[in-house]
Write a protein that binds this ligand. Structure first.
Ligand SMILES: [Zn+2]
Length: 323
């Protein structure tokens, strides 16, 4: 059973380590963890943590580091631009990577960046991270700020290009604005159920159903704050409770995995969104991902359903959206 991880921040690690003179970060520090955890691919995003950096410079730095890493590792890594690239990567024994952007903060309101990123191979986008920007309101911004006219324009470009639109960091108003202004599939790559853990980053029942109605997928997230507020529940079993809740509400075809492992982020990056450095027991890093499969089996899920959760559902979305 193979796992597709719909959300990872490894370009942060690539940038940090390359800035210190290291190279081949993914092969040296991540590939063996992926293999151990049965992760064969994922969406790896360029994330611009706005409070800490000058947004535009940070975006250029992280993209440059990503590009250097990809260029130097062409024998090991393959950017997925078309769905068939997954099977080409498998044949060539490479790690297929879907490139994503988490928050348009670095664009400084310049919409032309979207097409530039598409041309570089990006196939996934989230208009915001936690903060408001020129395009939309983020999940930790003012709750009454949704899409701006620029954001509406951005959505058209994303849909026309065939890029996956991600709602995980949208404010509630942005979420419903995006739902109104788009027609195609929508995903939340790394969010859990608010009913089980009431934090802004998790989804209400109506949001979960809306993503399902649009044939999208919700990726359950392993980050401890989104699993439970109770220390004793920050574990892999409670993570699977979220999966079960999502499956019961959205249906088996609309749930996946978007772990958001943070073990490799340095404390400076973590401090931008977390006050506590706690871990999710049983899911501390990518090498433990396959523990989810064993728990789903124990809870009576059959192979076909586990396969959908682990990779099938997100692969269906990618195929439908990027072609
Ligand atoms: Zn995120």
């Amino acid at each position: 059973m193979k796992i597709f991880d719909a959300h990872g921040d490894i370009w942060c690690d690539v940038l940090r380590r390359r800035s210190n003179g290291e190279t081949d970060i993914i092969m040296k520090h991540h590939a063996s963890k992926f293999e151990k955890g049965h992760i064969f691919s994922g969406i790896f995003v360029v994330w611009v943590d706005t409070p800490q950096h000058e947004e535009n410079k940070r975006m250029h730095d992280i993209i440059a580091a990503m590009q250097d890493e990809l260029d130097e590792n062409q024998h090991h890594l393959k950017v997925v631009k078309k769905f068939e690239d997954f099977s080409i990567a498998e044949r060539e024994n490479k790690l297929p990577i879907v490139l994503g952007v988490e928050g348009f903060d670095g664009f400084q309101g310049d919409i032309r960046y979207i097409t530039k990123l598409y041309d570089m191979g990006f196939r996934h986008a989230s208009l915001t991270w936690n903060h408001n920007n020129a395009f939309a309101g983020g999940v930790r911004g003012d709750s009454d700020i949704g899409l701006t006219p620029l954001g509406i324009e951005a959505l058209k470009i994303l849909e026309n290009n065939g890029m996956i639109i991600d709602l995980s960091h949208a404010s509630e108003k942005t979420f419903w604005d995006i739902e109104k202004h788009t027609n195609g599939i929508l995903i939340a790559s790394h969010s859990n159920a608010k009913a089980l853990c009431n934090v802004p980053r998790n989804l209400t029942d109506d949001q979960i159903k809306a993503i399902s109605d649009r044939n999208g997928v919700i990726g359950a997230v392993a980050y401890h704050e989104f699993i439970s507020s109770k220390r004793e529940q920050k574990n892999i079993h409670r993570f699977v409770d979220h999966i079960e809740y999502l499956v019961n509400l959205a249906g088996i075809n609309h749930v996946g995995l978007g772990f958001d492992f943070t073990d490799y982020l340095n404390s400076e990056a973590l401090n931008t969104f977390s006050e506590e450095s706690l871990e999710t027991e049983g899911l501390t890093n990518a090498s433990e991902a396959s523990g989810v499969i064993r728990i789903l089996e124990k809870r009576g899920y059959n192979n076909e359903d586990i396969e959908k959760i682990c990779s099938g559902n997100f692969l269906r979305v990618i195929k439908d959206v990027i072609g």
